[in-house]
Design a protein around this ligand. Structure first.
Ligand SMILES: [Zn+2]
Length: 310
């Protein structure tokens, strides 16, 4: 029996890994928020061949006159996966697709849904951002998801745009589309359903995982946009990343982190810190958020550059 002893730790490790693997196999998960309203929850990590670029949360509203989809997925095959899930709850067609921003997973599935007859709407700022970054996004997706998925993806822009506000109605359900400034991306919008008390925040809210501040983001304006969104006091909140939740968790994982990050970086700069030593800014208070290792340092670096210009 002694010969098996060294394998015991290995066996224990395998048992620990199994649940994580079976979770990964699900890829997209449908979550009921309230009557007729769902979150379609994708993985919290990066884009992969398996998740087809759907590493985000999308929204689904079923009305008497058809479906409204909030964000179309990261690639054409990714959009097909979203559609497969929609068909498990309704046979009604997707009438409208709303793009809440310019990041790849918000809009690169547009072509798929347009082919099915849907109309697409986004803020003007989001479409400008999409146009500016289409090639970069397709190259990045080619590296992470693969050339096959990217070749099938036709980058289609919204049929209809709005500047800062647009009201949509389908089957008696009112959708308020608000673009109130730059957040994670320049054209981020949130979608408010007053009758359902549901907020679809797009990339204005990340829960469970660490948000990303990139060169297309503005952390200062992001805080203001969050407050404008939060003023609606939603009962249910479908974030851009993570499971459907409430305002309290959105505040803890997004707003409080952004405030903490800006304060920490600004204190570091006040102390004469140089950007080359930005890694010494301690963010372990938020290390429970997924992707912390990959993203925390980059966020601090980006906010440093931002504050230098404020
Ligand atoms: Zn995102």
């Amino acid at each position: 029996m002694r010969i098996f002893k060294p394998f015991a730790p290995l066996l224990a490790a395998m048992l620990v890994l199994l649940p994580a693997q079976s979770r990964g196999d699900q890829k997209l998960e449908l979550q009921l928020v309230t009557a007729g309203v769902y979150a379609i929850v994708g993985e919290l990590g990066n884009r992969t061949t398996d998740n087809l670029g759907n590493n985000a949360t999308f929204g689904l509203v079923v009305t008497g006159d058809g479906v409204v989809l909030i964000d179309s997925g990261g690639t054409h095959p990714g959009a097909r996966e979203i559609d497969r899930l929609i068909k498990t709850v309704t046979a009604k067609p997707v009438v409208w697709v709303i793009n809440t921003g310019g990041q790849d997973h918000r809009w690169l599935g547009n072509g798929y849904f347009k082919n099915q007859g849907a109309q697409i709407i986004a803020s003007e700022a989001a479409v400008n951002d999409q146009k500016a970054r289409t090639q970069d996004q397709l190259i990045m997706l080619g590296n992470l998801v693969g050339d096959k998925a990217v070749k099938a993806t036709d980058p289609v822009y919204a049929d209809k745009t709005f500047t800062d506000y647009f009201e949509l109605e389908l089957g008696g359900i009112v959708f308020e589309l608000h673009h109130s400034g730059q957040a994670h991306t320049p054209g981020d919008s949130y979608v408010w359903l007053p009758q359902k008390q549901v907020m679809f925040s797009g990339d204005i809210v990340y829960v469970e995982r660490m948000l990303g501040v990139g060169s297309q983001s503005n952390s200062k304006s992001w805080l203001e946009v969050f407050q404008t969104m939060a003023a609606h006091q939603p009962r249910h909140l479908v974030p851009g990343h993570g499971q459907a939740t409430d305002l309290s968790q959105a505040k803890t994982d997004t707003y409080d982190y952004l405030v903490f990050l800006r304060k920490s970086v600004s204190d570091f700069m006040d102390g004469g810190g140089d950007i080359s030593a930005i890694g010494s800014v301690d963010q372990t208070k938020f290390s429970h958020l997924q992707n912390f290792q990959e993203i925390a340092g980059r966020n601090a670096q980006q906010v440093f550059t931002e504050i230098e210009w404020e």
